[in-house]
Write a protein that binds this ligand. Structure first.
Ligand code: ZN
Length: 291
């Protein structure tokens, strides 16, 4: 069920951000031209509101949020019944197609649901089962927080691959959550290490970005990557920052090289860095003796 909710976040959050961004631009244009006393430009504002967003949602003033409209087929727009909304099983029963229009359902949906369940099962059996047969509140909290970290990272990973953005709502809340978790010493990471992790996680990538931009006049990363690194470091600690960046850039370079050789990526194409940071953080948390 959490995987199902992650799917909603993965598909809607970037669209919501884009609509909000367009509205800000439209208002800015309106104020700008009002100031310049050019009336015809108000059409410009209407146009900006009407055009389909980059991710395909037409914005016509209707509410669009994580909860509205209800889950529907993106092709025939029919609202789904509860039997079509059961995680993984509905996809298998419907054989991956919409009941009415037979439009194929994206394979990411069942994949995210499966990974969320499998990851949570792995974390809880590894952490909880070997340690105790009785209810251990501390271990339960630790399991729950590591699962939450895992789930939020999966959403960020897929969003970054699909849209090459990392929404603030996810990266920043992951960072605050990491600090709160270390404050209550749930995972065993010291508060000082988490806070320094956020500071140095952000600033180290910012420094690399500025240096790269100064010498090449190109932007090598986005600000979302800085925030994601800060967020991850509140969970793995400042001590693991260097190794996090090392693993992420090595795997990123290897994968990028592979895509270049196979012709799936062109030389000047951008490749998201977030997924490599996330995979690298999974490796570090998995091998960390303190967590
Ligand atoms: Zn349909």
């Amino acid at each position: 069920m959490i995987g199902s909710f992650l799917n909603v976040i993965i598909y809607r959050l970037p669209q919501i951000s884009e609509i909000q961004y367009r509205l800000i631009c439209a208002n800015y244009i309106e104020t700008f031209f009002k100031h310049k006393k050019i009336k015809g430009s108000l059409n410009q504002k209407r146009k900006l509101r009407k055009i389909k967003t980059h991710l395909g949602v037409p914005y016509n003033g209707d509410a669009f949020s994580l909860s509205t409209p209800k889950s529907h087929c993106p092709n025939c727009l029919r609202t789904l019944s509860w039997t079509e909304n059961i995680p993984i099983f509905s996809f298998l029963i419907l054989k991956g197609r919409c009941k009415t229009c037979k439009n194929p359902i994206g394979k990411t949906y069942p994949l995210v649901e499966f990974i969320s369940a499998a990851g949570a099962l792995y974390i809880s059996t590894r952490l909880y089962l070997p340690a105790t047969e009785n209810l251990d509140i501390h271990l339960l909290m630790k399991t729950a927080s590591l699962c939450t970290f895992f789930w939020m990272c999966i959403a960020l990973l897929i969003i970054d691959i699909r849209t090459q953005t990392l929404p603030d709502l996810l990266t920043l809340s992951l960072m605050w959550l990491g600090i709160v978790v270390s404050l209550t010493s749930t995972t065993g990471l010291a508060l000082e290490s988490a806070i320094l992790g956020a500071i140095f996680g952000y600033s180290s990538l910012w420094l690399i970005y500025q240096t790269y931009k100064f010498f090449t006049n190109k932007e090598g990363m986005g600000y979302g990557d800085f925030k994601l690194t800060a967020a991850i470091c509140t969970w793995i600690g400042v001590e693991s920052l260097a190794i996090l960046l090392l693993i992420a850039s090595l795997t990123g370079a290897l994968f990028g090289g592979f895509l270049l050789i196979t012709g799936k990526l062109k030389r000047d194409d951008a490749m998201p860095f977030g997924p490599f940071l996330i995979l690298s953080s999974f490796i570090l948390i998995h091998t960390s003796p303190s967590i």
